[in-house]
Design a protein around this ligand. Structure first.
Ligand SMILES: *Cc1c(COP(=O)(O)O)cnc(C)c1O
Length: 397
């Protein structure tokens, strides 16, 4: 099997599993209690908070809050901050290419009387900071723009957006679920007030996330109970999961520069080979300013879902942008936002690598992908294949 879907989830690294295991067996105490067994759990949480804070250059461990997943971190940030500042205004800015964890949260806010502006992106899937500035109103309380897109991998100019918001009452949140572990994250340098991450996207376990909140930034809680995580996220802490998240992040930031360099080379190799091997293939997302492990494409005359299913039969795990976040037209909202239209946008393929992939595996994958894509193109109705060239907006690359 060749796994090329690390944006969907990653394998838990063996070291992470080893670090987690004692917290299922020996150290099962509830961190809220006061006896020795519980203190072991409490200390493990404290240590995890320190590790995460250090990894993203937060000022204090107390700025890290553990949650149940990336989605929950996103919801808590956007919904919680909007509700907390309701007295100051009801306007939220986000982008058209956000993950559903942000887009659906904004829809919920809309039902509560908030006004949402979704800033568009260019043909590379990048938000223009100037557009964010133009969308600002005196009543804008939260801006939420992702750090890296999960479908096309484009990195967003968060630092520039933060500069524009300086001195205003507006909080800046970034969904860094794809970026954390993949590229260096420095919350002070970025200038964000809140940042979401999720362990399973960086070789940690599923079902545990974290939210960075700069000191003084205080969302309203979105759940109610025992008041864990300083009252922000009630529910007994997932101690093993949190320990695993911290270990995985620690591993990810150690020697990160070298790994990013190596992965970028592998990704560029893969992109070049795919563009050569599949007729009419186009890269989606930004050619350079993209996640080191993301290679995403559209193939004319190919239907994404058929492609994924046939690749699966040949032992390749990959995904099509349209799978988890399709719009009414059956194409991904991200591809739609960058100006791609059906039928071309239906032929999307997202290949996301980690450092464990070998060049030999990449060669094998390209061979198989090209064979399958060519076969699908051959049986596609000629008319739709032709129509692809015209289906792109004038912004076409
Ligand atoms: C995966 C992902 C999420 C959701 O994280 P979960 O831990 O799966 O809930 C949110 N945003 C982005 C950009 C993601 O890639």
């Amino acid at each position: 099997m060749i796994y090329l879907d690390n944006a969907a989830t990653t394998a838990v690294s063996p070291e992470v599993i080893q670090t987690m295991l004692p917290f299922f067996s020996d150290f099962y105490g509830n961190p809220s209690n006061i006896y020795g067994l519980a203190l072991t759990s409490r200390r493990a949480l404290d240590s995890a908070r320190e590790i995460v804070a250090k990894a993203i250059n937060a000022k204090l461990p107390a700025e890290i809050f553990f949650t149940g997943c990336g989605t929950e971190s996103d919801n808590l940030a956007v919904i919680g901050l909007a509700r907390a500042r309701k007295e100051l205004g009801n306007h939220i800015i986000t982008s058209t290419i956000e993950h559903p964890a942000i887009l659906r949260a904004c829809e919920q806010l809309q039902k509560e009387g908030f006004e949402i502006t979704k800033v568009g992106v260019d043909k590379y899937g990048q938000v223009d900071p100037q557009k964010v500035a133009e969308a600002m109103r005196p009543t804008t309380t939260v801006v939420s723009i992702m750090l890296a897109n999960n479908e096309v991998g484009t990195l967003q100019p968060i630092r520039e957006i933060a500069q524009l918001l300086k001195g205003r009452q507006t909080y800046l949140h970034t969904d860094a679920v794809q970026a954390t572990g993949a590229i260096p994250i420095n919350v002070q340098d970025l200038g964000v007030d809140a940042l979401s991450m999720s362990a399973h996207k960086f070789h940690g376990p599923k079902g545990v996330g974290a939210l960075y909140l700069r000191t003084g930034v205080r969302p309203l809680s979105v759940n109610y109970g025992g008041g864990q995580e300083h009252g922000l996220r009630s529910g007994t802490e997932n101690v093993a999961g949190i320990v695993g998240l911290a270990k995985a992040l620690d591993l990810a930031v150690n020697g990160q520069e070298e790994r990013v360099r190596e992965l970028t080379q592998k990704r560029n190799y893969l992109i070049e080979k795919i563009l050569q091997a599949v007729p009419g293939a186009e890269l989606t997302g930004h050619p350079q300013q993209r996640l080191p492990g993301n290679a995403s494409f559209v193939f004319p005359g190919v239907e994404g879902e058929s492609l994924i299913m046939q690749l699966d039969r040949k032992g390749i795990c990959a995904s099509s942008g349209s799978a988890c976040s399709s719009s009414a037209l059956g194409i991904s909202h991200v591809l739609e936002a960058i100006g791609l239209r059906a039928p071309l946008a239906r032929g999307s393929l997202r290949l996301t690598l980690d450092n464990s992939i070998t060049y030999k595996e990449l060669d094998e994958a390209v061979d198989i992908i090209a064979k399958v894509a060519l076969r699908l193109q051959a049986i596609a109705p000629h008319s739709s294949f032709k129509a692809d060239k015209r289906s792109r907006r004038s912004s076409s690359k």
